[in-house]
Design a protein around this ligand. Structure first.
Ligand SMILES: *[C@@H]1O[C@H](CO)[C@@H](O)[C@H](O)[C@H]1NC(C)=O
Ligand SMILES: *[C@@H]1O[C@H](CO)[C@@H](O)[C@H](O)[C@H]1NC(C)=O
Ligand SMILES: *[C@@H]1O[C@H](CO)[C@@H](O)[C@H](O)[C@H]1NC(C)=O
Length: 577
C-alpha cells in the first residue's frame, strides 16, 4: 500500500529545504510560502527582546567580569558586587573543570545577590545549572533553570539547558515545550535546538502511535481509495473484476459441484461483494472459503490478507500472505502478488531489507509480471534509489507498453533525479517527458497529477493549476487532487480562502481523506488557530493507514500543542499568516 500512494504525495518539502514536515507546520512563512520576509520580521521582533544568546557551556560573561571591582574596595562593595565576585570565582573553577567548587561559589552568589537583581540572579542560577549539567545532576539542572527562567522568561540558554535535562529525565512533554520556546526565540535558526525538537517529537509520536495503533478500531478506507489501490495491480487474479462471461465459466468448471454453494458463500461471493463495493463483508466470506478448504483457498487467503492490509491490520494479514507465498503449487501470479503486498507491508514497517527481498523473490518466480517492477520501482523511489527505480519502470513498460502509470512515474523519478542533481537540462527533458506522457495517455489522471507536482516545484503555478483541473475533470471523486490544488493556491497566490475552500471540498467528497485533514491542520497552525489545528490532526490520526503515518501525525499534533502551551506560558508565538 505504501507503494501505491508514495508517488502521489506531494514532493516532500524536505527535498528542497532540508526541513522535516513538522517544522514546516510550525514555521510560518515556511520557506515556500513566505520565505525570507517572515524570518526577517521575526528577527526584528526578537532583537528587541531580552533573549539571552547561547554559546558554549562556558558560563562566564566577560564584560560582567570587567565590571566587578577587584581587591582594594572590598569593604565598600555592595552585596551585588560581592555576588558577582563569587560568581567569577565560580566561573574560574568551572573553566578548569572543578564543578563542585564552582557550584559552591555560584550558591554563594545566589545567596548574596539582592532579590530585586533579577537579571543577575537568573544568570547565577543558569551558571549553577551549567555546573550541575556537567555532573549529570539533571534534577538540579531543571530546578536552577526553572529559577532562571522565572526571573527571565526569554532566557534561551536556560530554557535550552532545561530542555536537555528534561529529555534526560524522560519528561518529553515539558522538554518539547521548552525547546519549542527556544526554537521560536531563535527564529528556527539554530540546528542544535531544532534537532532536539525533532528528536523529541519523533519519540513522542512513535510512542503514542504504538499505543493507539494497537487499540484502534479497524477502519475500511473509502471506496475511491480501495478502487485506486486495486487498479495499481494489473497482472494479478484477485484484482480483476469478474467478467460476466467469466462467472459462467466458473460455474461450468464446477459441473459436478453444487452450484448453489458457490453462489451463496466463499470466494466468489466475496468477489461479488467487491464489485458491489460492499467491502465490509469480504473478509468473512473469504474466511468461509478458507475454513471449508474450498478450491479457491489460495485466492481467498490473498484477498483476505489484502483487506486486512486495507483496514490497517498487518498482524492479521501476515500469516495469510506467508501461507500463499509458501503454496508451491498455487498459481504463480497469486504468490507474486502476495510477495508484492508483503514487501510493501515491510516497507511500511520500515524494514527495507525484508521488503527488497520479497520484491526480488517476486521477480524471480514471476519475471514477466509487470506489477512486480511497477511496485518495486516505487519502493526504490522511497529508498532514494532513483536510477534503479527508473530501470524497474522501464522493465514494467517493456512488459506492458500501455501502462500509463509506469510511464508517468518514470518521468517523475527522472524529474526527481534531475532536480536533486541540479541539472537544468535533465529537468527540462523530464518535463518534456511529462508532456509526452499526457499527450499519449490523455485519460491517465496520475500523469497530470505528477506533472502538476513537478510544475509546482518549478514554480510554473498557472500550468500546474491547469493540470489539476484536468485531473478533476477525469476523476471528480478523487479528494486528493483537491488538496493538491488547494496547496497550490497557497503557494502561488498566498490565497488562504481559496485553498481552504478546496480542502473543505476534498473532505466533503471523502470524509476519510486523512491527507485533507493533515493539510488543513497545517494551515490552521500557520494561521495561529492552534485548537482547530489540533482538532484536524486528531481527525487525521484516527484515519492514519499505518503506524508510521500515525506517528508522523502525532508529531504534528504535539508540535501544535506545545505551541499553545508556549503561547500561554511565555506569550510567545511564531508569526502567523
Ligand atoms: C487520486 O489521485 C492521485 C493523483 O493525484 C492518485 O495517486 C490516487 O491514486 C487517486 N486516489 C484515488 C482514491 O483515486
Ligand atoms: C488484527 O487482527 C488480529 C488477528 O486477527 C486481532 O487479534 C486484532 O484484534 C486485530 N487488530 C485490530 C486493530 O483490529
Ligand atoms: C546534465 O545532464 C546531461 C545529460 O545527462 C549531461 O550530459 C551533463 O553533463 C549534465 N550536466 C551537469 C552540469 O551535470
Amino acid at each position: 500500500m505504501v507503494g501505491t500512494m508514495a508517488a502521489s504525495k506531494p514532493i516532500e518539502p524536505e527535498a528542497g529545504s532540508g526541513l522535516p514536515r513538522w517544522q514546516l507546520a510550525l514555521l510560518i512563512g515556511t520557506p515556500i510560502v513566505l520565505g525570507v520576509g517572515a524570518a526577517y520580521l521575526w528577527g526584528r521582533n526578537r532583537n528587541g527582546s531580552q533573549a539571552g544568546s547561547r554559546g558554549k557551556d562556558q558560563p562566564s560573561e566577560r564584560n560582567e567580569e570587567r565590571k566587578t571591582p577587584e581587591g582594594s574596595e572590598q569593604d565598600n562593595m555592595s552585596l551585588l558586587d560581592k555576588a558577582q565576585l563569587a560568581k567569577n570565582r565560580g566561573n574560574k573553577f568551572f573553566k578548569v573543570g572543578k564543578f563542585e567548587h564552582a557550584i559552591r561559589f555560584y550558591t554563594e552568589a545566589i545567596i548574596l545577590c539582592p532579590k530585586e537583581q533579577k537579571s543577575d540572579l537568573s544568570t547565577f542560577h543558569q551558571n549553577r545549572a551549567a555546573a550541575f549539567d556537567q555532573l549529570g545532576k539533571w534534577i538540579e539542572v531543571v530546578e536552577d533553570c526553572t529559577k532562571a527562567v522565572e526571573m527571565n522568561p526569554r532566557y534561551v540558554k536556560a530554557l535550552f539547558r532545561r530542555a536537555r535535562a528534561l529529555e534526560k529525565l524522560d519528561n518529553r512533554k515539558e522538554c518539547l515545550e521548552d525547546v519549542t520556546a527556544v526554537c521560536i526565540l531563535e527564529a528556527f535558526q539554530n540546528q542544535q535546538s531544532m534537532q532536539l525538537a525533532d528528536r523529541v517529537l519523533k519519540q513522542m509520536g512513535q510512542e503514542k502511535a504504538k499505543e493507539k495503533y494497537k487499540n484502534r478500531e479497524p477502519l475500511m478506507p473509502s471506496p475511491q481509495f480501495i478502487k485506486s489501490y486495486f487498479s495499481s495491480f494489473t497482472d494479478d487474479i484477485i484484482s480483476q473484476p469478474l467478467q460476466k462471461g467469466e462467472k459462467k465459466d466458473e460455474d461450468k468448471d464446477k459441473e459436478g459441484e453444487a452450484a448453489e454453494v458457490t453462489e451463496s458463500s466463499g470466494y466468489l461471493k466475496a468477489k461479488q461483494y467487491m464489485e458491489e463495493e460492499n467491502y465490509d463483508k469480504i473478509i468473512s466470506e473469504c474466511t468461509k472459503e478458507i475454513e471449508s478448504n474450498g478450491r479457491h483457498t489460495a485466492e481467498a487467503l490473498l484477498l483476505r490478507a489484502t483487506f486486512y492490509l486495507l483496514i490497517g491490520n498487518a498482524t492479521a494479514a501476515q500469516p495469510d500472505l506467508d501461507q500463499v507465498i509458501n503454496m508451491q503449487d498455487a498459481n504463480v501470479k497469486l504468490r507474486a502478488n502476495a510477495l508484492i503486498k508483503r514487501g510493501s507491508m515491510y516497507m511500511q514497517q520500515q524494514q527495507p531489507k525484508l521488503s527488497s527481498e520479497d520484491f526480488d523473490m517476486a521477480a524471480t518466480i514471476d519475471p514477466r509480471n509487470s506489477d512486480v517492477y511497477h511496485h518495486r520501482g516505487q519502493l526504490k523511489i522511497l529508498l532514494d534509489k532513483v536510477r534503479e527505480a527508473v530501470e524497474d519502470f522501464d522493465e514494467c513498460i517493456l512488459l506492458r507498453p500501455d501502462s500509463a502509470l509506469a510511464q508517468a512515474q518514470k518521468c517523475f523519478a527522472l524529474y526527481r533525479q534531475a532536480y536533486t542533481g541540479n541539472n537544468a537540462s535533465q529537468v527540462q527533458s523530464a518535463m518534456n517527458g511529462f508532456e509526452d506522457v499526457i499527450r499519449r495517455f490523455p485519460t491517465c489522471a496520475e500523469g497530470y497529477a505528477l506533472y502538476a507536482q513537478a510544475l509546482t516545484d518549478q514554480q510554473q503555478f498557472g500550468k500546474a493549476d491547469e493540470m489539476y483541473d484536468k485531473c478533476i475533470e477525469l476523476e471528480p471523486d478523487n479528494a486528493t487532487t483537491y488538496v493538491h490544488k488547494g496547496l497550490l493556491q497557497l503557494q502561488w497566490k498566498q490565497d488562504l480562502d481559496t485553498g481552504l475552500e478546496l480542502i473543505s471540498k476534498a473532505i466533503e467528497i471523502d470524509n476519510k481523506c486523512d491527507f485533507a485533514y493533515e493539510t488543513m491542520g497545517t494551515i490552521e497552525v500557520q494561521r495561529g488557530n492552534l485548537d482547530k489545528a489540533i482538532d484536524m490532526f486528531n481527525k487525521a490520526i484516527n484515519l492514519a493507514k499505518s503506524e508510521m503515518e500515525m506517528a508522523h501525525l502525532y508529531s504534528l499534533c504535539d508540535a501544535a500543542y506545545a505551541q499553545t502551551e508556549v503561547a500561554k506560558k511565555y506569550g510567545l508565538k511564531p508569526p502567523t499568516l
